[in-house]
Design a binder for this molecule. Structure first.
Ligand SMILES: [Zn+2]
Length: 598
């Protein structure tokens, strides 16, 4: 395959593209469905003020909302997939803008729905919870009821609602500064020529084998953030304060409890994760030391963490070979899984090749009434093989949840969203390790997994710990100035990387680069998801049918239960430290294995 020339979309063979006609035969069919939305919205909106009128009325209201959202999602999926085929096409973009505006209209018009339910009397709710007509909606009603004690009076809710856009300002200002206004200086590339540093090319510099290139980019990056650290501290302080005040106003014990409430995850899960990583920090220090040795570096620096320590795996994979490899790697999931997997290729769920104007990267996307599509930009590297396994994990999870749950509970939560995809990656890793008799490839694979665990479990937990610390300080009334934030960041960073890392002052401002700190206790889910996947992959490989069935239970669960219950039934109890500890023990063993291989 010629990588230097990017093909035109019209030149791609049809079998290498996804089949969006399976959603809508043509744009006219999309328009016809789009024109139905207003009627469906009117039907749903007409229930306002009537939900207390009996089980049948409430059931009809739920159905009307589901019916409206289900169609809107299908329209959205088609429009955004079409846009991503050719991001420069303005007709596609216009279609997507229209459905996005419609979503905003729907959420404005239906904002009364949940507050009307949480305002029910206990007696009315009791009778609804006993009603067989409403059986399907009992879980949703329960969830709304659970949240009821944190809902304020109608006037207070209205005030907060009106203010909500303004309250997002700290995050918006940060994001505008970071993405639109901030520029970085020119730095020397590998060929000695100077080019402008950007968010997008920074990682390439850090992967350079030339240490001076890595150091140059690192210093340019953090010197730039040092220059705006006070502004970044003000926006982060604003965002953290918003979380803290919101928790206080709504009667939560603290910002952490408030953020974990919707997933019904107890605070201990979050704190256990940090504790477990603390107890198993030594393997990370050992890894830093091994990295230094492999790179022939006396004193490891923070900019030495991303450069590959095992020579690139230069082997190229054809598409056919990639599919075959992934299928074989996932064979332990059984024949039925394999047959469903085949449909991804025979029914053309996958848009495989890069082409001019196509969105970069890879994802899985779809809804209840479409295939779970995959967008790839396949170039034949080993990384592309992992990407296919990963995205198929998402798509198969969506497929089984859609096929097994009613629309109302088919969508799964972010908390479990990366579990199936990561499980597939671990299965592929295991398969390739078993197949390979080449020491160099083996070292590459081990190092690949080590970096995944380092960046997903160790690093995200480091972020989670920092995030918690900032919120606790804000709760104690400590103003989050740049000095306070820098010193917390530096202290935690030093603990994670240990004595084999020669940390400098610049890394203290790394927090200013990370948009996730505005997401309100989001990143810990990456770490728990990876730990869960490692246990689940082990269960699948054990060949025990009960364990395999339990895994399928997870794939099919959608959002029909609480996330911790779904994971527990699947075979991972995330309310205990065991899964995280098992994952870090594995990391420890693999550091030793890599040391041997090198
Ligand atoms: Zn993913």
């Amino acid at each position: 395959m010629k990588k230097c020339e990017v093909a035109q979309r019209c030149d791609l063979p049809e079998k290498m593209t996804w089949d969006l006609q399976a959603i809508y035969e043509n744009n006219q069919a999309w328009e016809e469905d789009f024109s139905k939305l207003d009627g469906k919205l009117a039907t749903a909106a007409a229930f306002q003020g009537k939900l207390a009128g009996g089980a049948e009325v409430l059931k009809a209201a739920f159905e009307a909302v589901d019916d409206l959202e289900r169609l809107a999602e299908k329209l959205y999926v088609y429009s955004h997939l079409r846009t991503d085929e050719d991001t420069g096409n303005s007709e596609n973009r216009a279609r997507q803008d229209r459905i996005e505006a419609k979503f905003a209209e729907i959420s404005g018009m239906m904002a009364w729905f949940e507050p009307e339910i949480t305002a029910f009397s206990d007696e009315l709710m009791d009778s609804y919870m006993k009603s067989p007509e409403l059986e399907l909606y009992h879980r949703s009603l329960n969830e709304l009821w659970r949240a009821r004690k944190h809902v304020l009076s109608a006037v207070e809710e209205r005030m907060l609602g009106v203010l909500s856009d303004a309250l997002r300002s700290p995050a918006k200002i940060y994001s505008t500064l970071n993405n639109a206004d901030l520029t970085f200086p020119k730095v020397k590339g590998e060929d000695g020529r100077k080019i402008e540093l950007t968010h997008a090319n920074y990682s390439k510099f850090l992967e350079s084998e030339k240490r001076s290139v890595r150091r140059g980019a690192y210093q340019a990056m953090y010197n730039t953030y040092s220059g705006i650290r006070n502004t970044c501290a003000a926006t982060l302080d604003g965002a953290v304060k918003t979380h803290v005040i919101n928790a206080k106003l709504r009667g939560y014990p603290g910002a952490l409890a408030a953020a974990l409430f919707s997933d019904n995850v107890p605070e201990e899960v979050y704190r256990n994760l940090i504790d477990s990583v603390h107890k198993n920090i030594k393997p990370l220090h050992k890894y830093v030391k091994l990295r230094g040795r492999a790179l022939g570096i006396n004193k490891m620096k923070m900019y030495d963490l991303a450069v590959p320590i095992v020579g690139d795996c230069r082997r190229e994979y054809s598409w056919e070979e990639t599919v075959k490899t992934v299928k074989q790697a996932l064979a332990p999931l059984g024949g039925e899984y394999g047959e469903t997997l085949n449909r991804a290729f025979t029914e053309r769920w996958v848009d495989i090749l890069p082409c001019r104007g196509k969105r970069t990267g890879a994802y899985s996307s779809g809804c209840f009434d479409t295939y779970p599509y995959l967008l790839l930009n396949f170039t034949g590297t080993l990384n592309c093989v992992f990407t296919l396994a990963h995205e198929l994990g998402h798509s198969m999870h969506s497929f089984y949840s859609n096929a097994s749950q009613p629309y109302h509970y088919a969508d799964y939560s972010i908390f479990v969203a990366e579990v199936a995809s990561t499980t597939n990656e671990i299965l592929l890793q295991h398969y390739l390790m078993k197949q390979c008799d080449d020491k160099a490839l083996k070292a590459y694979l081990v190092s690949h997994l080590l970096d995944e665990v380092r960046t997903t479990v160790y690093r995200q937990t480091q972020f989670a710990e920092f995030e918690l610390k900032l919120h606790e300080l804000a709760e104690q009334g400590v103003p989050l100035t740049a000095d306070v934030i820098d010193s917390e960041y530096a202290r935690i960073n030093k603990f994670y990387y240990g004595k084999h890392m020669d940390t400098d002052d610049l890394i203290a401002v790394e927090w200013a680069r990370v948009p996730h700190f505005y997401y309100n206790f989001y990143v810990y889910k990456y770490a728990t998801g990876m730990a869960a996947a490692i246990t689940l992959a082990e269960n699948i490989l054990s060949g025990n049918q009960d364990k395999l069935d339990a895994y399928f239970g997870f794939l099919k669960a959608g959002s029909s239960k609480d996330v911790l219950d779904i994971m527990k039934d699947a075979g991972v109890d995330l309310s205990t430290p065991a899964p995280v500890e098992a994952c870090l023990k594995m990391f420890d063993r693999m550091v030793d294995e890599l040391a041997q291989l090198l």
